[in-house]
Design a protein around this ligand. Structure first.
Ligand code: ATP
Ligand code: MG
Length: 240
């Protein structure tokens, strides 16, 4: 089986500042894989590099057998990589329903009603609030909306940038359970980056650890959860 996503020795710069220093990541079809790391480690930069903005200066990003390293962002999106970006970026003045509409791609309009019902089944809260403006939702509801909007694109790969950020543990549990369900029932492939190492590693089949733009460790989700170095750096005293 060839990987769905293969990030190979990628370096990404902001001007002269190197944010990613030779990152290798592989995600197989049907896997949930996470990258954990502290503030400023380069997690969002990695997500954005996969989406082509900023582009990798060296190395390559291969998706579904195709080299997408130099592809413009909108073309990458058409290959059905969808992301829920850092900060959720929902449209605050649009309703929940309109936000979901924005995520649908023109190629899939015939599935529109079916897809939106699926998202309402996954997140019943969004159905209840479908006529409400996005900006009036709670943080957890906005995260559900951001994921729902990404799912409207019928992604082959779902990218999530810190889905747990700022949310109460119980809300995080609910959202992560929904991601797990999508993965188990539909085989959706997910790559997420998180500071919340405990929740992310518990959800993921495999994980990577990023420090200062470089991968320092990788392994099974459970294996990393039990790893003393990971525990000391990311779990002990952290949010469980
Ligand atoms: N637009 C930018 N211009 C210059 N430097 C940037 C820019 N965006 C990020 N950086 C720097 O690149 C490094 C990686 O940042 P990045 O946002 O990828 O980290 P992160 O792991 O997502 O952090 P957080 O957990 O806070 O979201 C940091 O040193 C950051 O200051
Ligand atoms: Mg970030």
């Amino acid at each position: 089986m060839s990987p769905l996503l293969h990030v190979k020795n990628v370096e990404t710069y902001y001007g002269n500042i190197r944010a990613l220093g030779g990152v290798d990541v592989m995600v197989e079809p049907g896997e949930i894989v996470c990258m954990i790391g502290a503030n400023g480690a380069g997690k969002s930069t990695l997500m954005m590099t996969i989406c082509g903005s900023p582009q990798a200066r060296t190395g390559s990003v291969i998706f579904d057998g195709q080299d997408i390293t130099r592809m413009p962002t909108h073309e990458i999106a058409r290959l059905r990589i969808a992301q829920s970006p850092e900060g959720r970026r929902i449209f605050p003045r649009m309703t929940v329903y309109e936000n979901l509409q924005m995520g649908a791609s023109l190629d899939n309009l015939k599935y529109f009603n079916e897809d939106i019902e699926k998202i309402f089944t996954l997140f019943p809260r969004l159905k209840e609030r479908q006529s409400q403006r996005g900006g009036t939702l709670s943080g957890g509801e906005q995260q559900m909306l951001s994921i729902g909007r990404a799912l409207m694109a019928r992604p082959k790969l779902l990218l999530l940038d810190e889905p747990s950020l700022g949310l109460a543990p119980l809300i995080v549990k609910g959202i992560f359970a929904a991601i797990k369900k999508l993965n188990e029932e539909e085989g959706l492939t997910v790559f997420l980056v998180e500071q919340n190492a405990f929740a992310a590693l518990k959800l993921s089949h495999r994980g990577y650890v990023m420090v200062n733009g470089q991968v320092t460790m990788s392994g099974g989700g459970r294996e990393l959860l039990a790893n003393p170095e990971v525990r000391a750096a990311y779990l002990e005293g952290g949010h469980h």
